[in-house]
Write a protein that binds this ligand. Structure first.
Ligand code: 5GP
Ligand code: ZN
Length: 141
């Protein structure tokens, strides 16, 4: 089946071979290649070939294929780099740091003392605030 392409999308251009990438994995539905500006060397992007902007645009039934590829490629990244851990990061919409509007997962190899801190942790005012927010989220499901 032909893969949908979005004009002016840099990842669609990579998928269709119009601009080069350093590919590490390819299947019918997915491609993985090294991020050009890695957090750590070996930082890999796992990208569905079809153009979809965010996670919320994706069909549910790709889940099993995606998880299998994430585990396979993530394991290879860790083994090839000697990393002791791996962050899987996925940004949706610009306010969350999404620069390329074609859905993708970052597989980032991590090393002891690599200097990349964990996210800062905040706090709720009290348990009532937590419970109210949890209730609001449940109410949207
Ligand atoms: P986002 O911020 O959208 O979650 O991540 C986009 C990622 O794509 C960034 O980490 C950036 O370095 C990477 N990137 C942007 N353009 C290119 C490119 O042309 N080739 C490769 N290999 N990576 C790219
Ligand atoms: Zn695209």
């Amino acid at each position: 089946m032909p893969v949908s392409q979005h004009e002016d999308c840099i990842f669609c251009k990579i998928v269709h071979g119009e601009i080069p990438c350093t590919s590490v994995f390819e299947s019918e539905e997915l491609i993985a290649f090294l991020d050009i500006s890695p957090v750590n060397k070996g930082h890999t992007l796992l990208v569905p070939k079809a153009h979809m902007e965010t996670l919320f645009d994706m069909p549910d039934d790709i889940g099993q294929t995606l998880l299998a590829a994430m585990k396979q490629v993530g394991t290879a990244v860790m083994e090839a780099t000697g990393a002791k851990g791996l962050n899987v990061v996925q940004n949706n919409y610009p306010v969350a740091g999404q620069q390329v509007p074609h859905v993708h997962w970052h597989l980032i190899p991590r090393f002891a003392d690599d200097g990349h801190m964990a996210w800062p942790q905040g706090a709720y005012q009290d348990v009532q605030e937590m419970a109210a927010l949890a209730g609001a989220i449940r109410g949207k499901l």
